[in-house]
Design a protein around this ligand. Structure first.
Ligand SMILES: [Zn+2]
Length: 872
């Protein structure tokens, strides 16, 4: 018991020690005006402090004061107030003395980075100055240089209370690093215009030329004081090196500090830099840096593993540490009115798992959520809030992001990568929107500043809400395999999943010889596999092969084939398994049957050939349960031209075909445009009064094939309100490799089995005689797939993705063509249906979108076809 308690105390002490170290790990970047794409100075900063911390943002207005007013410092020191203080943006960390950042109306930016000095006998007057230093600069300075000189005067008068620090003091023209030593000493250096400086918790100013007052400013006795204290001997030590003389040896020699500065500089520099402690104050970047570049540097969370010099030296360190509470990039442009030109890109939480949102100086205030919770919370409150379930509440920005970081980390690195992608997407949009937004604000600004201010504030708030939505969505996207499977299963349980095209190839279907009630080795679709894959319903195809001649005899033969298939489906649903499945005649039936735990069986006739030239036959097939007809198959028929025969017979839809479509509209039967020629397709769209179905086809743009739809067809389908159900048939999904083609050709040759299309011309006798060989062909055909892979689920979903991009999410579904040629790697039968959903989840589809794909769209089309029929 005692041991256990002791261990916990030790552990707590260790965590505290680690946190205390992290607390000092801020990181700052200053980009000179000629080193930025904006032609102005940029400042970027990660504010690292151990929790519990809260970050608030305020827009503090200008303030006028009377002649006698005084400013009282925290420790009692007093100074004269000025007539007027400038307006400024204030990023506040309540209760923290050295963590706030400010940007004032002149663009003067102040932030800081803890850099302990070696001073151990600081001279303080009236309690010294600390926290107020940055606020006074923001309130009083019109330029960075003014800010530096003001800070210098204040430090020399009161003395600095903390061990030491580098303040970044910048304006649109120049950036300075102001290094303050505990007590009354300081030294500042201007960042060269074409260069970039970075600070990581230790002084970076080395040799100085104090006579060059344009670039160096310092307390008068900065060198003599060091000499007096014995820290510097001009004879022994050579030229004065500020960092070497004044920095605390522990900070100066800490590999994390030098490592982070090196990592940051290396990331941008044109010249290679050796890792070590001898780092340059600033470097010329490889290319001019943009706001986005700075976000990426601050987001950088691990060393580049490919860099052997880093790993060999033990150098290099995350710039975005786990302790980052907030981060920002300021864009200080002076070619626009300051209200528009100065932009504070704020990132609450760690940039690793968060997003930078722009706030123009002209906004009247930050959105409500950015300025709540002014109290510093207790550790207990902090932990409770960040561990709570994620809730994207716009009223509590800081908590939302802190909580989100927690959730992200718990879900692991692939998830963090997904979030970063989302954050970058939002940031890139914001960057793209910046120019038009600012032009609009600028034209408003001339006449109506309030309206311009509102526009900018509304824009930022809108982006914030959008970011919350994106994060919420990202959080819903599972990344590891187990989570994805669980989520796919849950979706299949929640939504109705339908397949619009499954063949029942043989007349023996639904007999003891070919029993769909068992897990049948020769069936890709049976009741067992459907249950296993969470598939709720299928359209079984009453497929009739096309005879070469259109006459009374071939029509009669076709009718007999159709009848035998209707009978097979009736056997399945009525005599064999009425407890496990039922015939659905309308969308309501589907939902009712599925809700009762049975499989919905629907009927589609594949090929309108058996109708002959008798429209009333449509009524009879409708009465028997058929709800769609594929107008033709792989050859022209009496209704329309097929896509598989290049030379047209009717040049599209025949005159009889038009009447077929009209009657189907009247009955409420869906017209299926799979297999029909492009001209037939457009003819169909021109005459139909209802949305159409494309029950099993793909996209030509992904893989050119006569059975697939062109992008123009997809757009026409969208305008018609119809749906394309993507086919899972290898040859339609992607180009076959020559190796595979050759293997299949050799197999055909060896077994004497011609192509599917050619086999359609076989007589019944031929068919019967060849059956064993055809079976052998398919057995070995599948073996070929092991050597020369067929299309994958990813290829399949590529067609879904493409349809969504072209026609939208409301116009795509699933129509496998199982047992009629369909079946791909990973989606070879209905038991593997989940793999499609998993791939959709991986690609970021939401449950609602997946519901549409897996049957929602098909049911909508069917309902609209029914409604159009009733209107007549
Ligand atoms: Zn087909």
């Amino acid at each position: 018991m005692i041991d256990h308690c002791k261990r916990r105390v030790l552990l707590a002490a260790l965590i505290l020690a680690l946190s205390a170290m992290a607390c000092e790990a801020c990181f700052s970047i200053v980009v000179g005006k000629d080193a930025s794409t904006d032609g102005c100075v940029l400042v970027a900063h990660n504010e690292d402090d151990y929790p519990p911390q809260v970050v608030n943002h305020h827009k503090v207005p200008r303030h006028a004061y009377g002649p006698e007013e005084k400013v009282v410092l925290r420790n009692g020191g007093m100074l004269e107030q000025v007539e007027q203080t400038w307006a400024y943006v204030w990023a506040e960390m309540p209760g923290m003395l050295f963590s706030d950042s400010c940007v004032n109306e002149w663009g003067v930016t102040v932030t800081s980075d803890n850099c302990p000095s070696r001073e151990d006998r600081p001279d303080l007057t009236d309690g010294g100055i600390g926290w107020m230093l940055r606020r006074l600069i923001a309130q009083r300075a019109c330029t960075a240089r003014e800010g530096v000189l003001l800070a210098g005067r204040l430090v020399e008068h009161f003395g600095y209370i903390a061990p030491g620090r580098t303040y970044i003091i910048a304006d649109p023209n120049e950036g300075w690093l102001f290094c303050v030593v505990q007590g009354k000493h300081w030294l500042a250096r201007r960042v060269p215009d074409d260069q970039v400086a970075m600070v990581a918790n230790t002084y970076t100013i080395r040799q100085v030329d104090l006579s060059d007052r344009a670039n160096y400013l310092a307390s008068e006795d900065i060198v003599t004081y060091a000499t007096e204290r014995g820290w510097y001997d001009p004879q022994k030590n050579g030229p004065f090196d500020f960092a070497a003389v004044y920095a605390h040896p522990d900070s100066a020699s800490h590999p994390d500090n030098a490592g982070r500065q090196w990592s940051g500089l290396k990331y941008i520099t044109r010249q290679p830099i050796e890792p070590g402690f001898d780092l340059p104050f600033s470097v010329v970047p490889r290319h001019k840096l943009s706001v986005t570049d700075l976000m990426e540097i601050l987001r950088h969370d691990e060393t580049d593993e490919s860099d052997s010099s880093a790993s060999a030296s033990g150098f290099g360190c995350a710039l975005c540490s786990g302790a980052t509470q907030t981060s920002f990039v300021t864009q200080l442009r002076n070619d626009l009115p300051p209200d528009i030109g100065i932009v504070y890109w704020a990132c609450l939480g760690e940039p690793r798992t968060s997003v930078y949102l722009p706030f123009h100086f002209g906004i009247s205030d930050f959105p409500a959520g950015f300025r709540t919770d002014t109290e510093r919370p207790t550790a207990e409150v902090f932990n409770r809030r960040v561990a709570a379930p994620f809730e994207g509440t716009p009223g509590k920005a800081f908590w939302v992001f802190a909580n989100f970081r927690d959730k992200a980390d718990r879900q692991g690195s692939p998830f963090v990568a997904a979030i970063q992608a989302e954050a970058r997407r939002i940031e890139h949009s914001a960057i793209a929107m910046q120019k038009p937004l600012e032009e609009a604000a600028r034209s408003l600004y001339a006449n109506d500043r309030v309206a311009a201010s509102k526009l900018l504030a509304n824009y930022s708030r809108g982006l914030y809400l959008w970011a919350l939505e994106g994060m919420e969505r990202a959080l819903m996207q599972p990344t590891d395999e187990e989570q994805i499977t669980a989520r796919a299963q849950a979706i299949h349980e929640a939504v109705v999943t339908l397949d619009s095209h499954v063949d029942i190839a043989e007349e023996r279907y639904a007999t003891a010889a070919l029993d769909p009630g068992v897990d049948h080795p020769n069936l890709r679709c049976d009741l067992v596999k459907m249950a296993r894959g969470g598939l709720d319903g299928v359209f079984l195809a009453v497929y009739v092969r096309q005879a070469p001649e259109l006459n009374a005899r071939t029509y009669a033969d076709a009718r007999r084939i159709a009848d035998s298939k209707f009978e097979a489906i009736e056997r399945l649903t009525q005599s064999m398994y009425p407890d496990r499945c039922a015939l659905a005649l309308c969308p309501d039936d589907v939902e009712r049957i599925v809700a009762a735990g049975r499989k919905a069986i629907m009927i589609g006739i594949e090929n309108g050939f058996p109708i002959g030239e008798d429209l009333d036959r449509l009524n009879r097939y409708y009465d028997r349960g058929a709800r769609y007809i594929t107008l033709c198959h792989s050859a022209h028929n009496q209704i329309c031209d097929s896509s598989s025969q290049p030379a047209p017979l009717h040049n599209g839809l025949s005159a009889f075909g038009r009447r077929v479509v009209a009657r189907m509209n009247e009955l409420g039967m869906m017209c299926d445009a799979s297999h029909i020629s492009e001209k037939s397709f457009y003819d169909l769209l021109a005459v139909t009064q209802a949305p159409i179905l494309v029950s099993h086809s793909g996209c030509s743009a992904v893989h050119a094939h006569d059975r697939n739809l062109t992008d123009d067809q997809l757009l026409a389908l969208r305008d018609n309100g119809g749906v394309i159900q993507i086919v899972a048939l290898d040859g339609y999904l992607r180009a076959e490799t020559p190796e595979r083609q050759e293997a299949v050709r050799r197999l055909r040759e060896e077994l004497g089995v011609p192509s599917f299309a050619e086999r359609q011309n076989w007589s019944d006798e031929q068919r019967e005689a060849m059956r064993p060989r055809v079976r052998e062909f398919y057995r070995r055909y599948e073996q070929i797939a092991e050597t020369f892979p067929i299309a994958s689920v990813s290829d399949y979903v590529d067609h879904i993705d493409h349809t969504v991009r072209v026609a939208g999410i409301d116009h795509v579904g699933v129509g496998t063509d199982f047992d009629g040629g369909g079946g791909i790697a990973g989606f070879g039968n209905h038991a593997e249906s989940l793999n499609v959903t998993k791939e959709l989840l991986r690609r970021g589809y939401t449950e609602e979108e997946i519901r549409k794909i897996w049957g929602g769209n098909l049911l909508r089309v069917w309902r609209r076809v029914e409604a159009a029929a009733r209107k007549r």
